[in-house]
Design a protein around this ligand. Structure first.
Ligand code: GLY
Length: 420
């Protein structure tokens, strides 16, 4: 099969690696890709939906896999499907489960999916009036996509007012403004992934994401600084609850509303400390980054067969299997300064010396090769993933390599796999 993967991060590198392992894979294109991806796929530097559609029509692939949410929100999947191209990734309307928090809450309400109590506001004054008689921690969420920056977990009401001001008055995201104000839930979080087509669903793993930049979960939120897979808190009792209370009503809702989904739904779940019950914090309509980096290394079955079966509504034929008793840890190496300002063009000197194999892999997110040197062009730059029978073995491997990588500007958390 000829496959096109859309995106340029470590998530897309992980997807390309999985596809490349398949016996059915003839050729992979990645638009735009990055230096690491270019070792297994032809990378073409195109990144607008229009350019991508033109190239896809030219190549006429057997499958297009869309990585980032931005393209789903732009309706790239709809447009490719109109050209009779098989796509892994939901249409625009279905992608609203991620791209509109208000839509997500209405969906949860309609299909009785447990989630945090919330109220939606479309103007500053009403949001401020609502906060008037509230107390304690509270969450303010921008309704639209915000590259992981749209959720404000506020320590107090004053911070919540500031968050509302930033969104409505300073318009830090866009002119089109809506927010939801949500109760704060204390508990442990996990990411849970489910493939969906027009008839069925299949679970494709879980992970724990470390979202904050600093050790002990301090400092600002990031796209994710590391993951463990499977999520350590997921036992069979919790998984049964997640399936019956969240996954099944979600899939039922998708089918009842006739949403063209054909992709992966990523459930951001919190297990409420007070009740031990799982609640849905958010939907994402694509694989998580860095979740898929660690999940993908544990996957034994052919991902290309699975992704193609999702895109053609034959998911029930996919036979998803993981290596027995294998855990994975992903450690993200970022440029010092991220998620605030950071330099670009910094040099990583000895990257080629580290060999990738079935138990260890370095996924690239923001690398380029110029003048015979590997340089950086982003915040999160590399994802180091190891698999082992226990998390400790994974930790030893990823931290050993992280220390050996000769890159002056590297930054990584020291506690991935140590705290939960
Ligand atoms: N790691 C969280 C995300 O991909 O949104």
């Amino acid at each position: 099969m000829i496959v096109i993967v859309i995106g340029s991060g470590a998530r897309e590198h992980a997807l390309c690696r999985l596809i490349n392992k398949s016996k059915l894979c003839e050729k992979i294109f990645c638009l735009p890709g990055n230096y690491g991806i270019s070792k297994i796929a032809e990378c073409i530097n195109l990144s607008s939906s229009e350019q991508i559609i033109k190239k896809c029509k030219e190549i006429n692939p057997d499958l297009v896999v869309i990585g980032p949410e931005k393209f789903l929100d732009e309706g790239l999947a709809d447009k490719l499907r109109k050209e009779s191209i098989n796509v892994f990734g939901p249409n625009k309307e279905a992608a609203k489960l991620e791209s509109s928090k208000d839509y997500m809450k209405l969906f949860c309400n309609e299909f009785k999916i447990p989630t945090a109590y919330s109220k939606t506001f479309d103007n500053f004054n009403d949001s401020i009036n609502f906060l008037e008689n509230k107390k304690g921690k509270i969450v303010v969420k921008y309704d639209g996509l915000a590259a992981g920056k749209g959720v404000f977990v506020c320590e107090n009401i004053e911070d919540a007012r500031l968050a509302c001001r930033k969104i409505f008055v300073d318009k830090i995201f866009s002119d089109q403004n809506k927010i939801i104000i949500e109760e704060y839930i204390e508990g442990k979080e996990l990411s849970y992934f489910v493939l969906v087509d027009n008839k069925s669903y299949e679970v494709i793993g879980s992970a724990q994401d470390y979202k904050r930049i600093g050790d002990n979960d301090t400092g600002p939120n990031t796209g994710g600084m590391g993951t463990l897979s499977p999520a350590p808190i997921l036992d069979s009792e919790l998984e049964n609850k997640i399936i019956t209370k969240i996954v099944e009503p979600t899939v039922k809702g998708i089918h009842k509303k006739s949403l063209v989904f054909n992709g992966v739904i990523f459930l951001g779940i919190i297990v409420d400390n007070l009740t031990s019950e799982p609640k849905l914090l958010e939907y994402n309509t694509r694989f998580g980054d860095p979740e898929i980096q660690s999940i993908s290394m544990r996957l034994k079955s052919d991902f290309l067969v699975t992704a193609h079966s999702v895109s053609t509504n034959k998911l029930s034929y996919a036979n998803i299997k993981f290596y027995d008793n294998q855990k994975a840890i992903c450690l993200v190496l970022a440029t010092k300064g991220y998620p605030n300002s950071y330099p670009k063009g910094t040099v990583i000197r000895n990257l080629e010396k580290f060999k990738n194999d079935e138990s260890f892999f370095i996924f690239h997110a923001a690398t380029v090769k110029e003048n015979n040197q590997i340089t950086t062009n982003g915040g999160r730059v590399l994802s180091l993933v190891a698999i082992n029978e226990d998390y400790e073995g994974c930790r030893n491997k990823v931290y050993k390599i992280a220390d050996e990588i000769d890159w002056k500007e590297k930054y990584f958390r020291l506690d991935i796999g140590l705290i939960d």
